[in-house]
Ligand binder design. Sequence first.
Ligand code: NAD
Length: 369
Amino acid sequence: MNAILNSRRRFLKTAALAAASAPWITRFASTARAEGPDRKLGFALCGLGGLATGQLAPAIPKTKNCRLAGIVTGHPDKAEKWKAQYSIPDKNIYNYENMEKMADNPDIDVVYVATPNALHAEMAVKAAKAGKHVLCEKPMEVSVQKCRQMIDACKAANRLLAIGYRSRFDPNTQECIQLARQKVFGQTKIIEAGFGFRIGDPNQWRLKRDLAGGGALMDVGIYALQAARYLSGEEPAIVTALETKTDPVKFKEVDESITWQLKFPSGIIANCSTTFIVSGIDSYTLFAEGGAFGLSPAFNYDGNRGMRTDGRRIQYPPMDQFAAEMDDFAQCILQNKPSIVSGEEGLRDIRIVTAIYESIRTGKAVPLA
Ligand code: NAD
């Protein structure tokens, strides 16, 4: 009971602060106040492409604290389809141009941004200005400056921002993080991590610089980068990188394959790779003084599993990473606490991504202050 009261007090305080700094969210705040800490938050999916259709919408019914309340789409035909399939009322259907009207809609608490990478900031800022919390897909954005815009907009509106790093909610990954933190196999020395696949359609936005911001590194290499950071538990001090392009026509605008190394302050070295040219690279291994462990596959939606040199297996029952990620964000909102996959966490990755590209361009090691 005390916990509920404390949480309610914290919430009222936040809502009052929010209302003071952002008067347009008063209506939203008063509706949320009327309900308890176990309520289901209304999510609006923004960008109804492959991820939203195939993963996010099907994950929502598996959550405890989330419900599909609305959509944001540029396609009226998709709006009709989703409206019928998920019984979404007309008042909760928006397009990219009228998202600010969400400020008048207390049914929507969170906007989940799942558009191409270079549109994340635009959508996140609009959502925050309408008084909505923002869960944004990875990579957070295509530049440090645009990541900062997102963080600033959410701070100004007193709304939470989190990045869709679903792997952090996979129990297989969580066991590896625990093993590393508790030094079960001793001090970490070397981390190997890679994620890549053979990309199909040569005309898709993932191969266009203005929409993707980069190629394999932005799309899937970021998972290997995250792994190096969450396994080491440190921020890299220096980065070196090398790129190769065997299909300069298909990969005219973006990177095809990159290997990079991170050196961490304690002396841990991470050796990472990513590619858009071959499938099957999907693993990490942490080598410590007294043994090793890791996952292979490591970054799939399901079926991830791994090994430990003490002979134990790492393999948890199937679960939905997206549902766990959305529920975690809902709990952060309901309990007014920051997410472990906050905007700042997304920004850290994009800073390193930028340094990797700089190292490729200059041929030099790039220090990260
Ligand atoms: P997609 O191409 O299937 O969908 C993109 C959606 O954005 C489409 O509905 C499209 O209509 C819309 N859109 C709006 N403006 C657009 C424009 N100017 N050009 C192109 N499309 C536009 O892409 P996706 O695979 O759903 O990826 C969306 C986001 O989700 C990306 O940021 C991607 O990195 C991320 N993603 C994450 C995971 C994960 O495992 N967490 C998996 C896939 C994609």
